[in-house]
Design a protein around this ligand. Sequence first.
Ligand SMILES: *Cc1c(COP(=O)(O)O)cnc(C)c1O
Length: 352
Amino acid sequence: MMSWESNVRRVNPYVPGEQPKIADVIKLNTNEFPYLPTPKIREAVADMGLDIMRLYPNCTAEPLVEALGARYGFHSDEIFVGVGSDDVLATAFLTFFYGDKPVLFPDITYSFYDVWCELYRIPYERPPLDENFLINKEDYYRENGGIVIANPNAPTAIAENAAWIEDILVHNPEVVVIVDEAYVDFGAESVLPLVRKYDNLLVVQTFSKSRALAGMRIGFAVGNPKLIKYLSDAKFSINSYTMNQAAIYYGIKAVEDEAYFKEMIGKVIATREWVKEELAEIGFMATDSKANFLFVTHQSVSAKEIFEYLKTKQIYVRHFDMPRINNYLRISIGTDEQMKTLLDVLRDYLKQ
Ligand SMILES: *Cc1c(COP(=O)(O)O)cnc(C)c1O
């Protein structure tokens, strides 16, 4: 070890799903949206021009914040935007989890949460999901330094309703409760209507999954103006200009095109339900997904084997080599055509 290494803030980083370089793969491993974003974004490309690239962007991304406010019914001081919801969540962990008591989130959930806790030296505990991968809400009725719930949860895809989340809020008025709604648009109930009722609730959403803009990096949080002010103070202490001009312009177009958004989400949900039935016929069990992916296990063949085989066929899905879920695969919902290929390949493989 070099002498300076004792001063290094070391951390085991989050490992994102692979972005394969080969052109023809079927990519079902990072829950991207399978269809293009709204064509209205083309107008934004033309509107923008080159001159705005010369200038720093609006530092609070106010035009995007206003578009979100109009869409979801909130004032600008109740909304915070960032470079994907990972940026928003990382800032929220840094800002709101500064005590000695452990922050609580499930043992099986988005695997970035423990990474941020490790990075910022936040104490945390992970109450286990039950044997059906459900969160036991009573585990969160005790002293703690904050709570994070992904709803729908990842990678289980299972969602609870707003009343269930509200029970957690009722029992935790003294800490910040973050609800990560990355997948909420695919059929779960949002807790945005509870924001004005609970001043300690921060709801986080993203444009990466349901708005087909993972590549533009846009995420946002909605909460009490005081929470938003604290978040914003932390952000302005690191990087004032987080959102680039293109992300602001494209984000506005995406939020404004509600009809396209609904239509495309409907397609993905229909595909999900169809694939789930087809998979059941060849021996897969899936959780009740309210997300744009299925979390499945096979009755006789190991997840790892299927994962490796699919890769040889240029089909990428996600396998987590972690306790309790290492016999499961997370399969993002692609286009009908991609899913048909996946099903054909699986039928063929499982026949042997
Ligand atoms: C994908 C995902 C995010 C982060 O997405 P961004 O692309 O950074 O907006 C956050 N939470 C969960 C549970 C996710 O699956």
